[in-house]
Design a protein around this ligand. Structure first.
Ligand code: SF4
Length: 198
């Protein structure tokens, strides 16, 4: 685990935001992620629970205690291993590190009587560093079949098999198609107007 007493020594640090007057001038990302030192301290808060409920709370079962520990260790090779661990379960940490509602944090044992480990911000830091260092590479198939597969679904449920399928050999065509469950959960005007084709 990171630091045995880390969860007692360090407070949770959330990501920051660009000030509103600055962010309304453009459409760029306005979340300010943790730097390496901040992520290290946040990784130190992980208790490496014998039963890591975070792992079970994560929809893709990210191996959270392991990458928390690697970020805490903080050497370049540790960060590189952290992205390997993260990508072993997660095809798109650049998305989930930003927009996932983080049920892992709700499930975190530290959340019982303290602030949960900032798992999502650590994930965000790992994938951003991996891109910056050139550790993220396209996984191209050795042989292409020339066939195309269409996957109908919504969000990661569509994109994930496409990623795997393209890696395996066939081109993949993703189609965003809101499901009835998605429509029930989404309350935007656009979704209320949405009607399935007859
Ligand atoms: S539940 Fe929280 S403290 Fe426990 S291993 Fe997971 S992230 Fe660390």
């Amino acid at each position: 685990m990171g630091k045995v007493t880390g969860f007692m020594e360090y407070e949770r640090l959330d990501e920051g935001y660009e000030p509103v007057p600055a962010r309304v001038k453009n459409y760029k990302e306005f979340v300010i992620g943790l730097n390496a030192e901040q992520a290290k301290v946040q990784g130190a808060r992980c208790m490496d629970c014998g039963t890591p409920f975070c792992n079970n709370g994560c929809p893709v079962n990210n191996i959270i205690p392991d990458f928390n520990d690697l970020v805490f260790r903080g050497r370049p090779e540790d960060w590189k291993n952290a992205i390997t661990v993260l990508q072993s379960t997660n095809n798109f940490p650049e998305f989930t590190g930003r927009i996932c509602p983080a049920p892992c944090e709700a499930a975190c044992t530290l959340n019982v009587n303290d602030d949960a480990v900032g798992i999502k911000s650590i994930e965000h830091a790992i994938i951003d560093r991996a891109w910056a260092e050139g550790w993220v590479k396209p996984l191209l198939p050795k042989v292409k079949t020339g066939k195309t597969v269409a996957v109908v679904g919504s969000g990661p449920a569509t994109a994930s098999p496409c990623s795997r399928r393209t890696t395996a050999s066939a081109a993949c065509c993703a189609t965003a198609f809101p499901t009835s469950r998605w429509r029930r959960r989404t309350s935007t005007a656009a979704s209320r107007r949405w009607k399935p084709r007859a």
